[in-house]
Design a protein around this ligand. Structure first.
Ligand code: AMP
Length: 219
């Protein structure tokens, strides 16, 4: 079961992915998380990514395509995976197809821009290596001092500042149309309109119903 989640940053991809991982037992591959890990460890790749991420612009396609090919060749991807944050450009989508990778379903979360800004302003990430949960101040159980699940410290991301958010949203609307059309033509696109009252579990309910229709089996 090979999935792609497409949504603007802050659109709820990460939270949806967490719920899919639990039920379907496939890894979630977040290119944003991979890049942040490299930056934290000060690797060469991390240094390249630094300037792009801080400015809220995309890391070059060739770098990202190599990262993803490497990652999905790992053993834990044998039964499938979720791609969260990849592809971000049409080039990246075509590169997947050219590599012979057949995606079973592409889920788009269609979220209004003002809702995104509101959500990003309230986003806190858990520092815990095993946990790394993306909290939002509006989630049940949120506590401001530490992660309510694992008690690690929580932090707000640098690129969740208003100027970087605006650039990321502009990037998203510039690039996403072509990607969505590409998968629509392939017949794999499933779009969910996310309204302000939607919590992650509500989005998941809609998506999971679709997966059942496609014949995906839970593990
Ligand atoms: P995210 O956590 O998905 O919002 O990603 C954070 C940042 O990492 C983005 O704003 C980009 O600068 C970079 N990034 C993540 N995934 C990609 C990708 N597939 N292509 C290019 N840049 C990416």
């Amino acid at each position: 079961m090979k999935l792609i989640l497409i949504a603007p940053s802050g659109g709820g991809k990460g939270s949806l992915a967490d719920l899919i991982v639990k039920d379907y037992n496939i890894p979630n591959i977040s290119t944003g998380d991979i890049l942040r890990e490299h930056r934290k460890n000060g690797t060469e790749l991390g240094k390249i990514a630094d300037k792009y991420i801080n400015d809220g612009i995309l890391v070059p396609d060739n770098v990202m395509i190599d990262i993803i090919k490497d990652r999905i060749a790992k053993k834990d991807c044998n039964n499938g995976y979720i791609l969260d944050g990849f592809p971000r450009t049409l080039n990246q989508a075509v590169a997947l197809t050219d590599a012979g990778i057949k995606i079973d379903s592409v889920v788009e979360l269609d979220v209004a821009e003002n809702l995104i800004v509101e959500r990003l302003a309230g986003r806190w990430t858990c520092e815990g290596k095993e946990c790394g949960f993306n909290w939002n101040e509006r989630f049940e159980g949120f506590t401001a001092d530490s992660c309510a699940t694992c008690k690690s410290p929580i932090f707000q991301r640098e690129d969740d500042k208003p100027e970087a958010i605006r650039k990321r949203l502009a990037n998203y609307s510039n690039n996403s149309r072509a990607i969505l059309d590409y998968y629509k033509d392939q017949g794999t696109l499933f779009s969910v309109t996310v309204t302000p009252d939607f919590m992650p579990k509500d989005t998941y309910k809609v998506v999971d119903k679709h997966f059942t229709k496609l014949g995906f089996k839970k593990k």
